[in-house]
Design a protein around this ligand. Sequence first.
Ligand code: GAR
Length: 206
Amino acid sequence: MLRCAILVSGRGSNMEAILKAKASGDLPIEVAVVATDRPGAPAITIARRYGVNTFEPSPEQAGDKRTFFSILTQKLQELDVDLIVLAGFMRILPPDFLARYPERIINIHPSLLPAFPGLKAQRQALEYGVRFTGCTVHFVDEGVDSGPIIDQRVVPVYPDDTEESLAARILVEEHRLLPACIRLFAEGRLRIEGRRVRILPPTETR
Ligand code: GAR
């Protein structure tokens, strides 16, 4: 079974959506570890509740980017991880880390990329005045939220939306989209062709 690492920095609701999908038998993966760069992140408490192996470096280790990524790499190698899922992980990955896991790192972002990359995507969408935004799951490359797109979901923006109400509406879709994309990866149904990701029908993999 596909061995997955989930990287988190905060609340952990996307991570929990993955763990729930797995618990209900919907996701053919092993969660080898949930790792964070923010010791004490609420996500880690949730992961432990699900009985998942967690990796939480000391504040000193986490504070030094080089040290953090070198101990994380060692951990992921030990655990023989096949896929790394960034679920609200708020750090840019260094090039040597990316190079170790080509086409094996995916991220969820709360906008319809390439619109509104980076931080505060929901605020960017509100300020720009778009009528629709959403969420994107994509492979991670050297850029910021710029890798090949696996799938997206569209969410309307209402005139009286606040950043919070919009974020909450997007989050509902995030929690569906991320497990669905992980499942496609686990089933071997994603083919990267340049910038485009082809989703193979279930039968082609048999
Ligand atoms: C989610 O909305 C996720 O899309 C976003 O952070 C939130 C994490 O929430 N990620 C990014 O903005 C990455 N650029 P969660 O910890 O409850 O899953």
